[in-house]
Design a protein around this ligand. Structure first.
Ligand SMILES: [Cu+2]
Length: 215
């Protein structure tokens, strides 16, 4: 145990110095991958993935679980997601299998959302607002993570002082939402016929994200 802790610590220190990925207690595969990354050696990066093809998806999933632990610091969480994403891309390039990359992307997206809530329609539609920006909070969807039923409509209402444009992300969920610029005081509606998870993002403010789960 002590030995293992020591190794972790040593690896973390290497990470801090040479890789700027604090908080990593990575396995041999991740370590080799990060070394190759640090050397900007793309060929070596794909070789590491190729040589460990069978183990890589589990390795990435474990890294994501680690990232999502409540005790993981935000900075470490970001680093882990960054590395998991990079490894999942390399794995996709090597094998053509995109599922692990989708998994990482979905989990990272979910980790940035508020708690999922079942929405109650008001006069037949679900309302999501772009609230007026304050010095502390700006460019958000509120609520940002709702569950509705197939066939129901969501109306996005702009109560902010600036316009927003957003679209759903077909790589990780269901596509089909693509809005015009929704100006202050205006709204835009979408009827969700198809069940599934709709992850969406503002084109202007990339931290402005939301999700609609359609049952
Ligand atoms: Cu926006």
């Amino acid at each position: 145990m002590i030995k293992r802790f020591g190794l972790c610590l040593a690896l973390s220190m290497i990470s801090v110095i040479s890789l700027s990925y604090p908080g990593f207690c990575e396995s041999e595969i991740t370590k080799q991958f990060l070394e190759a990354y640090d050397q900007k050696n793309a060929i070596k990066m794909s070789e590491v993935i190729k040589a460990n093809k069978d183990k890589v998806p589990d390795e990435i999933r474990a890294m994501v679980e680690e990232a999502l632990k409540p005790e993981t610091k935000q900075e470490d969480r970001d680093s882990k997601f960054f590395v998991a994403d990079m490894m999942a891309r390399a794995y996709k390039d090597e094998t053509g299998d995109v599922e692990t990359l989708k998994f990482v992307k979905r989990k990272e997206f979910d980790s940035k959302l508020g708690a999922q809530v079942r929405s109650t329609p008001q006069n037949g539609v679900h309302i999501v607002e772009f609230p007026m920006a304050t010095p502390e909070v700006k460019n958000i969807f509120r609520p940002d993570n709702i569950i509705i039923k197939a066939g129901e409509t969501v109306r996005w209402v702009n109560k902010d002082e600036q316009g927003h444009i957003f679209a759903s992300m077909p790589l990780i969920g269901v596509g089909g939402i693509f809005t015009p610029r929704i100006e202050p005081g205006k709204s835009w509606e979408f009827k969700f016929e198809k069940p599934g998870e709709y992850y969406y993002i503002c084109f202007i403010h990339h931290g402005m994200i939301g999700k609609i789960t359609v049952e």
